[in-house]
Design a binder for this molecule. Structure first.
Ligand SMILES: C[S@@+](CC[C@H](N)C(=O)[O-])C[C@H]1O[C@@H](n2cnc3c(N)ncnc32)[C@H](O)[C@@H]1O
Length: 233
């Protein structure tokens, strides 16, 4: 029997899914999720497939954050979205829900091994004409992009968050959004003396940079591992 149909995998999926960076009391977390629109059948399938078959499934945005990204995108009604860090494509599919009729989402990931899976799900969603995956290092690809973006979702290597921001901010139109994931880094940002690792230090410096940048207004949403929502003035 294929793992996709085996009920034993539902149990495995449940235990794998709970291994996440939740800050809320688990019961409150469940209540919030239960009172949030459900994932589409396809997103649930991708979520489950990723947890059962792909390394590091906790990287996937998941139900609650996915609905948040979808909601922000539907409010912003973007023509162009850039995502840095595709992984298995879950957040790309969520963000694409808000695209305008002729809108386009470009998503970049350095891991070529994910490309086939991502493309399969883009096709299953019928979004081949709207979502383009570029495989390579985002630091090399971003300078080659000619489009301007209404939403940028930064969800890749933490050491480059500030570089991605610097590469993009001047080219973005007024009113555009940059959303950066994992800015609370499992709470490590609260203790920079104890957490001297490079990623924690980079995220601390990124959060400070955004807070001090007068070109933008920002709100740090304590959703999952922390979403910094930045609006260019
Ligand atoms: C946290 S995962 C993205 C999760 C995805 N956005 C989601 O919510 O489902 C981070 C991804 O960034 C990719 N990545 C890391 N460094 C990168 C780089 N320099 N350029 C492009 N992608 C990179 C990794 O291969 C990984 O798939």
């Amino acid at each position: 029997m294929d793992g996709e149909q085996n009920p034993a995998y539902d149990l495995l999926f449940f235990y794998l899914k709970t291994d996440e960076m939740d800050f809320l009391d688990p019961e409150l977390d469940k209540y919030a999720e239960d009172h949030t629109s459900p994932e589409t059948t396809l997103l649930r399938e991708l979520n489950r497939h990723t947890h059962v078959n792909v390394l590091k499934p906790r990287m996937l945005s998941g139900h609650f954050q996915g609905r948040t990204l979808s909601m922000l995108s539907k409010i912003a009604k973007p023509h162009r979205i850039l995502e840095i860090g595709t992984y298995t494509g879950y957040s790309a599919l969520c963000l694409a829900e808000g695209l305008q009729e002729n809108g386009k989402l470009i998503t970049i990931d350095v891991n070529y091994e994910l490309e086939e899976l991502v493309k399969t799900y883009i096709e299953k969603a019928g979004l081949e004409h709207k979502i383009e995956m570029k495989v390579g290092n985002a630091m090399d690809i971003i300078p080659t992009l000619e489009e301007s973006f209404d939403i940028v979702f930064i969800d890749a290597d933490k050491s480059n968050y500030a570089h991605y921001y610097d590469l993009l901010i001047d080219k973005l139109p007024s009113g555009s959004l940059i959303i950066a994931d994992n800015v609370l880094w499992s709470g490590k940002v609260l203790d920079p003396i104890k957490n001297k690792d490079k990623d924690t230090q980079e995220l601390l410096s990124f959060n400070k940079k955004i807070q001090e940048d007068e070109r933008v207004e920002n709100v740090l949403l304590p959703i999952r591992d922390g979403l910094m929502v930045i609006r260019k003035k």
